[in-house]
Design a protein. Structure first.
Length: 268
Protein backbone atom coordinates (compact mmCIF):
# COMPACT_ATOMS: atom_id res chain seq x y z
CA UNK A 1 0.00 0.00 0.00
CA UNK A 2 2.59 2.55 -1.20
CA UNK A 3 0.46 5.70 -1.28
CA UNK A 4 0.03 9.00 0.48
CA UNK A 5 -2.04 9.12 3.64
CA UNK A 6 -4.40 11.49 1.84
CA UNK A 7 -5.16 8.72 -0.68
CA UNK A 8 -6.33 6.27 1.98
CA UNK A 9 -9.53 5.24 3.73
CA UNK A 10 -9.69 3.25 6.97
CA UNK A 11 -12.94 1.47 7.81
CA UNK A 12 -13.09 0.08 11.33
CA UNK A 13 -15.37 -2.28 13.18
CA UNK A 14 -16.44 -0.97 16.59
CA UNK A 15 -16.85 -3.60 19.31
CA UNK A 16 -13.64 -5.48 19.98
CA UNK A 17 -11.75 -3.33 17.48
CA UNK A 18 -12.15 0.43 17.90
CA UNK A 19 -13.71 0.27 21.37
CA UNK A 20 -12.29 -1.69 24.27
CA UNK A 21 -14.39 -3.93 26.49
CA UNK A 22 -15.41 -0.96 28.65
CA UNK A 23 -16.99 0.74 25.62
CA UNK A 24 -14.22 3.33 25.56
CA UNK A 25 -11.89 4.32 22.73
CA UNK A 26 -8.27 3.75 23.83
CA UNK A 27 -6.36 7.01 23.92
CA UNK A 28 -3.84 5.67 21.38
CA UNK A 29 -6.68 5.15 18.88
CA UNK A 30 -8.03 8.66 19.44
CA UNK A 31 -4.64 10.29 18.93
CA UNK A 32 -3.74 8.16 15.91
CA UNK A 33 -7.06 8.66 14.11
CA UNK A 34 -7.02 12.40 14.66
CA UNK A 35 -3.49 12.48 13.25
CA UNK A 36 -4.55 10.30 10.29
CA UNK A 37 -7.51 12.54 9.42
CA UNK A 38 -5.48 15.73 9.93
CA UNK A 39 -3.07 14.33 7.33
CA UNK A 40 -5.89 13.99 4.81
CA UNK A 41 -6.79 10.35 5.47
CA UNK A 42 -10.47 9.38 5.56
CA UNK A 43 -11.95 7.34 8.39
CA UNK A 44 -15.32 5.66 8.74
CA UNK A 45 -17.00 3.09 10.95
CA UNK A 46 -18.52 -0.23 9.88
CA UNK A 47 -20.57 -1.76 12.68
CA UNK A 48 -23.54 -3.91 13.55
CA UNK A 49 -24.61 -1.26 16.01
CA UNK A 50 -27.55 1.10 15.51
CA UNK A 51 -27.50 4.53 13.91
CA UNK A 52 -28.23 6.14 17.28
CA UNK A 53 -25.32 4.41 19.03
CA UNK A 54 -22.88 4.96 16.17
CA UNK A 55 -23.70 8.67 15.99
CA UNK A 56 -22.09 9.25 19.40
CA UNK A 57 -18.83 7.63 18.30
CA UNK A 58 -18.84 9.34 14.90
CA UNK A 59 -19.34 12.77 16.45
CA UNK A 60 -16.71 12.15 19.13
CA UNK A 61 -14.15 11.20 16.48
CA UNK A 62 -15.37 13.71 13.85
CA UNK A 63 -15.34 10.96 11.22
CA UNK A 64 -14.83 12.33 7.72
CA UNK A 65 -16.19 9.42 5.66
CA UNK A 66 -19.66 7.81 5.54
CA UNK A 67 -20.30 4.98 7.99
CA UNK A 68 -21.94 1.57 7.75
CA UNK A 69 -24.42 0.55 10.46
CA UNK A 70 -26.74 -2.41 11.09
CA UNK A 71 -24.10 -4.79 9.65
CA UNK A 72 -24.51 -3.26 6.21
CA UNK A 73 -28.19 -2.38 6.44
CA UNK A 74 -27.52 1.34 6.10
CA UNK A 75 -24.80 3.66 4.84
CA UNK A 76 -25.05 6.98 6.66
CA UNK A 77 -23.15 10.22 6.10
CA UNK A 78 -22.84 11.81 9.54
CA UNK A 79 -21.19 14.93 8.12
CA UNK A 80 -24.26 15.75 6.05
CA UNK A 81 -26.94 13.94 8.07
CA UNK A 82 -27.94 11.81 5.10
CA UNK A 83 -28.92 8.19 4.49
CA UNK A 84 -27.04 7.12 1.37
CA UNK A 85 -28.45 3.59 1.04
CA UNK A 86 -30.42 1.14 3.13
CA UNK A 87 -31.37 -2.53 2.99
CA UNK A 88 -34.04 -3.90 5.32
CA UNK A 89 -35.45 -7.27 6.31
CA UNK A 90 -38.27 -8.61 4.11
CA UNK A 91 -41.82 -8.82 5.50
CA UNK A 92 -41.65 -12.62 6.06
CA UNK A 93 -38.89 -12.07 8.66
CA UNK A 94 -41.67 -11.63 11.23
CA UNK A 95 -42.99 -15.12 10.59
CA UNK A 96 -39.44 -16.51 10.55
CA UNK A 97 -38.70 -15.15 14.01
CA UNK A 98 -42.04 -16.39 15.33
CA UNK A 99 -41.13 -19.87 14.12
CA UNK A 100 -37.68 -19.68 15.73
CA UNK A 101 -39.15 -18.48 19.03
CA UNK A 102 -41.68 -21.32 19.04
CA UNK A 103 -38.91 -23.87 18.49
CA UNK A 104 -36.45 -22.24 20.93
CA UNK A 105 -38.58 -20.58 23.63
CA UNK A 106 -35.58 -19.60 25.75
CA UNK A 107 -33.70 -17.74 23.03
CA UNK A 108 -33.30 -14.02 23.64
CA UNK A 109 -34.59 -11.90 20.75
CA UNK A 110 -33.91 -8.26 19.91
CA UNK A 111 -35.60 -6.57 16.96
CA UNK A 112 -33.76 -3.51 15.62
CA UNK A 113 -35.35 -0.63 13.75
CA UNK A 114 -33.86 2.77 13.04
CA UNK A 115 -34.38 4.16 16.54
CA UNK A 116 -33.98 1.33 19.04
CA UNK A 117 -33.26 -2.22 20.06
CA UNK A 118 -36.48 -3.89 21.19
CA UNK A 119 -36.34 -6.77 23.66
CA UNK A 120 -39.29 -8.97 22.77
CA UNK A 121 -38.29 -11.69 25.21
CA UNK A 122 -38.35 -9.68 28.44
CA UNK A 123 -35.84 -10.75 31.05
CA UNK A 124 -33.48 -12.44 28.60
CA UNK A 125 -31.55 -9.36 27.58
CA UNK A 126 -27.87 -10.13 27.02
CA UNK A 127 -25.26 -8.19 28.98
CA UNK A 128 -23.53 -7.11 25.75
CA UNK A 129 -26.54 -4.97 24.91
CA UNK A 130 -26.87 -3.14 28.20
CA UNK A 131 -25.04 -0.12 26.77
CA UNK A 132 -27.59 0.29 23.98
CA UNK A 133 -30.99 1.86 24.50
CA UNK A 134 -33.16 -1.26 24.75
CA UNK A 135 -36.93 -1.10 25.13
CA UNK A 136 -39.26 -3.91 26.16
CA UNK A 137 -41.83 -4.65 23.48
CA UNK A 138 -43.53 -7.37 21.46
CA UNK A 139 -43.36 -8.21 17.76
CA UNK A 140 -46.69 -6.60 16.91
CA UNK A 141 -45.65 -3.26 18.41
CA UNK A 142 -42.23 -2.82 16.77
CA UNK A 143 -42.64 -0.52 13.79
CA UNK A 144 -40.66 -1.04 10.62
CA UNK A 145 -38.56 -1.11 8.71
CA UNK A 146 -36.50 -3.73 10.57
CA UNK A 147 -32.78 -3.75 9.86
CA UNK A 148 -31.87 -6.91 11.74
CA UNK A 149 -32.94 -9.35 14.45
CA UNK A 150 -30.49 -10.43 17.14
CA UNK A 151 -30.71 -13.93 18.61
CA UNK A 152 -28.95 -14.23 21.96
CA UNK A 153 -27.50 -17.70 22.43
CA UNK A 154 -26.36 -17.85 26.02
CA UNK A 155 -29.24 -20.10 27.07
CA UNK A 156 -29.42 -22.50 24.12
CA UNK A 157 -27.21 -24.56 21.86
CA UNK A 158 -25.98 -22.40 19.00
CA UNK A 159 -25.38 -25.49 16.89
CA UNK A 160 -29.03 -26.54 17.24
CA UNK A 161 -30.26 -23.11 16.23
CA UNK A 162 -27.87 -22.93 13.28
CA UNK A 163 -29.00 -26.35 12.04
CA UNK A 164 -32.63 -25.30 12.39
CA UNK A 165 -32.35 -22.08 10.35
CA UNK A 166 -30.21 -23.75 7.69
CA UNK A 167 -32.78 -26.51 7.25
CA UNK A 168 -35.64 -24.01 7.05
CA UNK A 169 -33.90 -22.12 4.20
CA UNK A 170 -35.62 -18.84 4.95
CA UNK A 171 -35.83 -16.68 1.83
CA UNK A 172 -34.51 -13.12 1.72
CA UNK A 173 -32.40 -13.35 4.89
CA UNK A 174 -29.14 -14.78 6.08
CA UNK A 175 -27.60 -15.41 9.48
CA UNK A 176 -24.19 -14.36 10.78
CA UNK A 177 -22.33 -14.68 14.07
CA UNK A 178 -21.39 -11.26 15.46
CA UNK A 179 -20.00 -12.57 18.76
CA UNK A 180 -19.67 -16.01 20.38
CA UNK A 181 -23.17 -15.63 21.83
CA UNK A 182 -24.96 -13.51 19.23
CA UNK A 183 -26.42 -14.77 15.97
CA UNK A 184 -28.09 -12.18 13.72
CA UNK A 185 -30.73 -12.35 11.01
CA UNK A 186 -29.94 -9.72 8.38
CA UNK A 187 -31.13 -9.10 4.80
CA UNK A 188 -29.77 -11.67 2.36
CA UNK A 189 -27.77 -9.11 0.38
CA UNK A 190 -26.58 -7.20 3.44
CA UNK A 191 -23.05 -7.28 4.82
CA UNK A 192 -20.41 -4.78 5.80
CA UNK A 193 -18.44 -5.81 2.71
CA UNK A 194 -21.35 -5.37 0.30
CA UNK A 195 -22.19 -1.95 1.74
CA UNK A 196 -18.55 -0.89 1.66
CA UNK A 197 -18.17 -1.97 -1.98
CA UNK A 198 -21.26 0.10 -2.87
CA UNK A 199 -19.93 3.10 -0.95
CA UNK A 200 -16.52 2.97 -2.61
CA UNK A 201 -18.16 2.78 -6.04
CA UNK A 202 -20.43 5.74 -5.22
CA UNK A 203 -17.38 7.76 -4.23
CA UNK A 204 -15.35 6.69 -7.26
CA UNK A 205 -12.71 5.09 -5.05
CA UNK A 206 -10.80 1.85 -5.51
CA UNK A 207 -10.30 -1.03 -3.07
CA UNK A 208 -6.56 -0.37 -3.45
CA UNK A 209 -7.12 2.76 -1.33
CA UNK A 210 -8.84 0.87 1.44
CA UNK A 211 -7.68 -0.57 4.75
CA UNK A 212 -10.32 -2.37 6.84
CA UNK A 213 -9.96 -3.66 10.38
CA UNK A 214 -12.18 -6.01 12.38
CA UNK A 215 -12.32 -8.92 14.77
CA UNK A 216 -15.22 -11.25 13.92
CA UNK A 217 -17.17 -13.15 11.26
CA UNK A 218 -19.35 -10.20 10.24
CA UNK A 219 -16.12 -8.42 9.24
CA UNK A 220 -14.87 -11.09 6.81
CA UNK A 221 -16.33 -9.65 3.59
CA UNK A 222 -14.98 -6.21 4.47
CA UNK A 223 -11.48 -7.55 5.15
CA UNK A 224 -11.49 -9.45 1.85
CA UNK A 225 -12.61 -6.38 -0.09
CA UNK A 226 -9.85 -4.10 1.19
CA UNK A 227 -6.36 -4.16 -0.23
CA UNK A 228 -5.20 -4.24 3.39
CA UNK A 229 -7.45 -6.40 5.54
CA UNK A 230 -6.47 -6.23 9.21
CA UNK A 231 -7.45 -8.44 12.16
CA UNK A 232 -6.97 -7.62 15.83
CA UNK A 233 -5.01 -9.99 18.05
CA UNK A 234 -8.12 -11.42 19.75
CA UNK A 235 -9.81 -12.40 16.46
CA UNK A 236 -10.49 -16.13 15.88
CA UNK A 237 -7.75 -17.86 13.92
CA UNK A 238 -9.92 -18.30 10.83
CA UNK A 239 -10.52 -14.53 10.75
CA UNK A 240 -6.79 -13.91 11.04
CA UNK A 241 -6.24 -16.32 8.15
CA UNK A 242 -8.12 -14.04 5.71
CA UNK A 243 -6.32 -10.90 6.93
CA UNK A 244 -3.20 -9.39 5.38
CA UNK A 245 -2.03 -8.03 8.71
CA UNK A 246 -2.63 -8.92 12.36
CA UNK A 247 -2.17 -6.08 14.85
CA UNK A 248 -2.11 -5.95 18.64
CA UNK A 249 -4.91 -6.34 21.17
CA UNK A 250 -7.98 -4.14 21.06
CA UNK A 251 -7.38 -2.89 24.60
CA UNK A 252 -3.91 -1.64 23.66
CA UNK A 253 -5.06 0.34 20.63
CA UNK A 254 -5.31 -2.00 17.63
CA UNK A 255 -6.55 0.77 15.32
CA UNK A 256 -3.55 2.90 16.29
CA UNK A 257 -1.33 -0.02 15.28
CA UNK A 258 -2.93 0.09 11.84
CA UNK A 259 -2.51 3.87 11.53
CA UNK A 260 1.16 3.60 12.49
CA UNK A 261 1.65 0.80 9.95
CA UNK A 262 0.20 3.03 7.22
CA UNK A 263 2.28 6.01 8.31
CA UNK A 264 5.42 3.88 8.10
CA UNK A 265 4.40 2.56 4.68
CA UNK A 266 3.24 5.79 3.08
CA UNK A 267 4.46 9.23 2.28
CA UNK A 268 2.68 12.48 3.06
Amino acid sequence: MKKKISDLIIMSDVDGTLLNHDDNIPQRNLAALRRFMAGGGRFGIATGRSLQYTRKIAEHLSVNFPCIVFNGGMIYDFQNGEVLTQTVLPAPAKSYIQEIMARFPRVGVMVVNREHYYDITAGQKHELLTTAEVLASDLASVTGPWYKIILVLDQISSEDLMDFVENRQYKGVRFVYTSPTMFEMIPETSSKGAALKKLMEQKGLGADQLAAIGDYYNDVEMLKLAELGVAVAEAPDDIKSVADLVVGPCMSGAVADLVEYLENSCGY
